[in-house]
Design a protein around this ligand. Structure first.
Ligand code: PLP
Length: 297
């Protein structure tokens, strides 16, 4: 896989200046964010490994990225999911379709995320050989390896541009990326919870790092959103970003991310760099759902 120092653009959105770290350009197959998080595994020797085991949503970016990793490493992928929506089974698209094409074994088990994690740890792993378990969304310690490189790229950019106060913003799922960025940067890292609420995100931070000094700052929304649900305002934000910057952003994380960032803009002192974490393959299925729901043409 090609791996480069991703460029930084300057964008002007809603009358404000932002820097934009273009991790979406890193590698479409690894959806930017997952390229950073799985970088350790991409470089790892898989000599004694026969199969990658993971779990999450049937439409997750991590599912597709892991299917690519399995293909590169010539190993199998068993990916456990709680549920595959019937429309998706009938009309495979996006991450799900592409992961299947890469030979991913997507296994439906009627358990929730926590139960699947226990099932894998207590039943699957002890009874298998040559397995490597990568937790949901890549929320693993190994992720720090690649995210540290991202942090270094940001430090280089800041020094090169002689920026006095640089703040980082990125929307979070498991919070792994935000946490390891904060751990490896002197700048303030701001984020928001796209999956679950602030409490869930804080718990994720503690899962990876006990010292709260290394936790990013969580910005909250005045309104509650459910991950993966369709909101007309998210679609509008996506369109507005596209028109105004000519850049495509992700509908699951970035629409909410930008909304929260704009709401809290005045609280942040100094320049802001927004991390574009890719995820554009996932837009395919999201756009279909928006079109079906709102009859857009
Ligand atoms: C996985 C992913 C995220 C969430 O990253 P975390 O480290 O889990 O917070 C955000 N954006 C995109 C596009 C992703 O694929």
């Amino acid at each position: 896989m090609k791996y480069i120092d991703s460029p930084v653009d300057k964008i002007f959105f809603r009358n404000r200046d932002f820097y934009l770290k273009r991790d979406d350009l890193l590698d479409i197959e690894f959806s930017g964010n997952k390229a950073r998080k799985f970088y350790y595994f991409i470089n790892k020797d898989f000599k004694d490994i026969k199969k990658i085991v993971s779990y999450g949503s049937a439409q997750a970016n991590s599912l597709y990225s892991l299917s690519v990793l399995a293909k590169i490493k010539n190993v199998k992928l068993d990916f456990y999911v709680s549920h595959i929506a019937s429309y998706l089974k009938e009309n495979a698209c996006g991450n799900y379709k592409k992961a299947l094409a890469n030979g991913a074994n997507i296994i439906e088990v009627s358990k929730n995320g926590e139960e699947i994690q226990e099932y894998i740890e207590n039943i699957i792993l002890p009874n298998g050989k040559g397995l490597i378990f990568i937790e949901e969304g890549g929320r693993v310690k190994e992720a720090e390896f690649g995210i540290k490189i991202l942090a270094q790229e940001i430090i280089n950019f800041k020094e090169c541009k002689k920026i006095d106060k640089l703040n980082i913003f990125l929307p979070s799922g498991t919070g792994t990326t935000a946490l390891y960025l904060q751990k490896n940067l002197d700048c303030k890292v701001y984020t928001t919870a796209c999956v679950g609420d602030e409490k869930y995100l804080k718990k994720q931070f503690f899962h990876l790092e006990k010292d709260e000094n290394f936790h990013p700052i969580i910005l909250n929304s005045s309104k509650k959103y459910h991950f993966g649900k369709l909101y007309q305002e998210f679609y509008q934000m996506y369109q507005e970003l596209r028109k105004s910057t000519s850049i495509e952003f992700d509908l699951l994380y970035d629409s909410l991310g930008w909304k929260i960032l704009l709401e809290n803009f005045e609280k942040i002192d100094g320049e802001i760099i927004y991390i574009h974490q890719g995820g554009l393959l996932g837009n395919e299925s999201m756009l279909k759902r928006y079109e079906n729901k709102y009859m857009l043409s």
